[in-house]
Structures are given as structure tokens and as C-alpha cells.
Design a protein around this ligand. Sequence first.
Ligand SMILES: Cc1cc2nc3c(=O)[nH]c(=O)nc-3n(C[C@H](O)[C@H](O)[C@H](O)COP(=O)(O)O)c2cc1C
Length: 306
Amino acid sequence: MADTTVKLYSNTLRNPVMNGSGTLGYGKEIEPLWPIETLGAYVTKGLSLRPHHGNQVPRVWEERYGMINSIGLQNVGVTRFFDEYFPLFRKKNTPVIVNFFGFTEDEYVACAENIKPDPLIVGLEINLSCPNVKKGGISFGKDPDMVGGIIRQVKAVTPIPLIAKLTPEVKNIMDIACAAHEAGADGLTLINTIPAAAVDAVGKKVPIKGGLSGPALRSVALRAVYEISKAVPVPVIGSGGIMDYMDAVYFFMAGAKAVEIGTVTFVDPFAIPKIIDGIKDYMERERYADMDSIIGCAHCEDLNGR
Ligand SMILES: Cc1cc2nc3c(=O)[nH]c(=O)nc-3n(C[C@H](O)[C@H](O)[C@H](O)COP(=O)(O)O)c2cc1C
């Protein structure tokens, strides 16, 4: 039997497959379809210090190669998540990664401070794509100094491993990854959505501007995972356009220690259990005994420096 477990900090995950933040509600919504403990770890919807209403509809838009969302980070706030929703994960013994954000540095820090360490919490995933209201709306993740600053401040208030989720909307994502690592990030999630818009030809308007996810992202995410996992010595979690088990395998081979699955669950709500089964079957068929023998196996010298 292929061993799909993967060690992430002090937790051993039963498999390396998680959901993408914001794409599986608060966990309980999926329970009628498949048990939450099927996941290696559950990634929370982005949580903030206080509840947040989010944007008006339309908040999602289907495109040919993916989906545009403009949810606006709607969430119930960190306190209510732990009071009302966390007990399910305790009952099901399912590890949790807490995705969180703020609109100021103080909000990020206060939110992280409010998350008490727990044996089930694998890590905090800091969403750096949020607009910094004090700096004219530029996202935290665009500037290496801002990334370093926020990571240092958050690291100072929590002992929980900190995983920096990076936006691809930057000149050089490697510079941002290095800044995050130098500031003490314990891991990286690569990548978040890409800014996009859609046109409604009948209404003659742009009904949505937001983040593009799904297949259009996959090669961009894969390149970030490949290059950054070779250069930066912390676990990398791959996110972006993974639609089936073979996509997940490509990410492992490129260096991802785990993967997050998002948009495909809107196409097929059973995609995650199917991907987990597919990875197991593939490993057995191709005689990979464990995850260590597959993670990073495509790392090699770059061809002609490309
Ligand atoms: C509806 C929706 C909501 C999302 N909410 C968040 C969020 O709250 N925090 C975050 O870091 N990423 C969020 N994301 C980004 C996903 O977690 C994921 O990184 C991205 O969609 C790329 O993966 P995918 O192509 O498999 O969906 C959201 C994506 C979607 C589609």
C-alpha cells in the first residue's frame, strides 16, 4: 500500500490534499456529501478579527478557463469560527490550517493573536493579497518590505507555524518568497488568484472584477512551485488550477509538499475525494512507496538557464 501521509510541522497528515481557502465554506457544508476527515487538512475560509459582509452580487462568474470571484472576504470572524465551527474538526480529528487576513498590519497581528494554539491547528495561512488601507490600497503581498514587516510582526505574537500565501500579481514572486522566508515564514502557499474581469455583452457592462482561479492558473502556479521550492528551504503548498489527480501529481513532482484544491469543487463537489483516491492509485501503479519519493522528483538543473 502506498503511504500518502505527509509530515507538516508537528502534525502528520493522512494525505497531502487540502481544500483552497474560501472554497469549502466552514467545513460543515460538505459533510452531507463526504466526511471532512477525508481531507489531509481543512483550510478555513479567510478569517478576520471582526465579521465581514463582503461584496454585492455577482460575486462569482464562470469563464471558459476558470472562474472569477469577488466575494470580498466575507466571513463570520475568528471568534465565531472557533466557537461554532471548530468543534466539528475536533470531533472528526481533522487537522486545520487557519487562513486569516487584515486590512491593516494591526488587524493581521490582532487576528493571529486571537488564534490559540491547538494540537489540531497545523499552521496559520496568512493571505497577503489584501489591500492595505493605510497605504492607499496596495496589497500587502506586492512589496517585499511590507511582506517582511507583516510576517515579523505576526511571528512575534504566535508560536503556530506561519505559512505565507503569495499573490502572483507581482514583478518577481521569487523576491517576495525570499522576503517571506527571511522574515521567518515557516512555509509558502503558491499561488492566490490573478486579477481579472468579465464583460456582459447583453448588459453592456463589466459585471465583475475579481480574482481568476481554475485551469488558467495552473501553469503559472506550477512554475512558482517549481522554482521557489528549489530555492527556498520551507514546505511549499501548491494552489491554482488543480482539476484532477494528475494535476496534483505534477505539483508534487515540481516540489509541492501538499496541494490545495478549490475551483474544481464548484464543478464537481466530489472532486477532492476523487483526487485523493487517484493519487493513491497512481502511486501504487507507478510504484512510489511514499510521498517523499514523489515530492520534488522533477527537480533538475535548469535547461540553458531558462
Ligand atoms: C470563491 C473563492 C473564495 C476564495 N477565498 C479565499 C480566501 O478567503 N482567502 C484566500 O487566501 N484565498 C481565497 N481564494 C483562493 C483559493 O484559495 C485558491 O488559492 C485559488 O482559487 C486557486 O486555486 P484553484 O484554482 O484550485 O481554485 C478563494 C477562491 C475562490 C474561488
